[in-house]
Design a protein around this ligand. Structure first.
Ligand code: NAD
Length: 289
């Protein structure tokens, strides 16, 4: 079987094209969607993530500012910046890049972002809206998964979607989204570290979402022939003395058995950034209504 490669670069390009008109309409009303990115400390991976995210905003003519704070910043100082940004009309979205230093309570900080600027979709109010089927800001990675499937005309209706991983930012929200009548309409099984006999479930998947954070964990023995595979993992590994990024799926092992597969890199990664832009544009639009 030929395995189709679901390119996140192609799908995100289509989204950016569709955003151009929405951005132009906002600019006609003197509104430029803006993102405030808060970066604490000097974590090199966080630096790269924030750079990649803000680069897209700049390319589309949107506003973006990075607020850099020392690793030693106190929780109160960080909270005070968030409260200022909540009130700052230039920013329609606020992103706090994780992880935060250990002395800071990440949950407290994320919950301090006003829910109407929570473009990452992590605030309990947005998580609650999603869980009752009335989503406002959907977390970017799961939203990107639904978008890429639609882009490549992979219909979830009636399919069995099996998700590996139950985090609040990927696994749990994608399991909810895929089950919603309007967005997925699939039958969903959510597997996690407490699941007994993972293969029993994963081999039933028409669509398998691997979001467990374990390099190349899922190989051919976990899937059924013809399954569509979504590889969310971003894992840095050392191979032949070089550092490289691999997903949670052993792409070589499943090639020729799966019907479709998102690559790593250039799969779900670009979709996540595209959805951050989309959520920020949406936030600016919601302000008008
Ligand atoms: P997490 O560590 O918060 O959650 C991992 C989940 O996997 C947990 O719920 C755990 O129960 C489950 N799990 C771990 N080992 C398991 C096993 N052996 N069997 C079954 N379940 C298992 O991770 P996360 O934040 O959801 O991220 C998952 C992966 O996705 C990571 O590699 C992360 O880097 C990547 N990620 C990528 C993007 C992107 O844009 N592509 C965005 C977010 C996260």
């Amino acid at each position: 079987m030929e395995t189709a490669i679901l390119s996140g670069l192609d799908a995100s390009k289509a989204l950016y094209q569709s955003l151009e008109e929405r951005i132009a309409r906002l600019k006609d009303q003197n509104i430029t969607p803006g993102l405030a990115a808060v970066l604490v400390g000097n974590n090199p991976a966080s630096e790269i993530y924030v750079k990649n995210k803000t680069k897209k905003f700049e390319a589309l003519g949107l506003k973006t500012d990075v607020f850099r704070l020392e690793e030693s910043v106190s929780e109160d100082e960080l909270l005070s910046l968030i409260l200022d940004l909540n009130k700052n009309a230039d920013f329609h979205g606020i992103l706090v890049q994780l992880p935060l230093p250990k002395h800071i309570n990440s949950e407290k900080v994320l919950n301090a972002i006003v829910s109407t600027k929570d473009v990452d979709g992590f605030h309990p109010e947005n998580a609650g809206l999603l869980s009752i089927g009335k989503p406002r800001f959907i977390p970017c990675t799961p939203k990107g998964i639904i978008f890429i499937l639609k882009h490549f005309k992979i219909d979830l209706t009636g399919k069995h979607v099996v998700v590996i991983g139950r985090s609040n930012i990927v696994g749990r929200p994608i399991s909810i989204l895929a089950s919603l009548k309007d967005l997925g309409n699939a039958t969903v099984t959510l597997c996690h570290s407490g699941t007994k006999d993972l293969k029993y479930f994963s081999k039933q998947a028409d669509v398998l979402v691997a979001a467990l954070g374990s390099p190349e964990f899922v190989d051919a023995s976990y899937i059924k022939e013809g399954a569509c595979l979504i590889d969310v993992g971003i894992n840095r590994v050392e191979q032949d003395g070089k550092s490289k990024i691999v997903g949670d799926i052993n792409q070589e092992s499943v090639s020729g058995i799966a019907s479709a597969l998102t690559p790593v890199p250039k799969g779900i990664g670009p979709m996540t950034i595209a959805m951050l832009v989309e959520n920020t544009v949406l936030s600016a639009e919601l302000l008008l209504n």
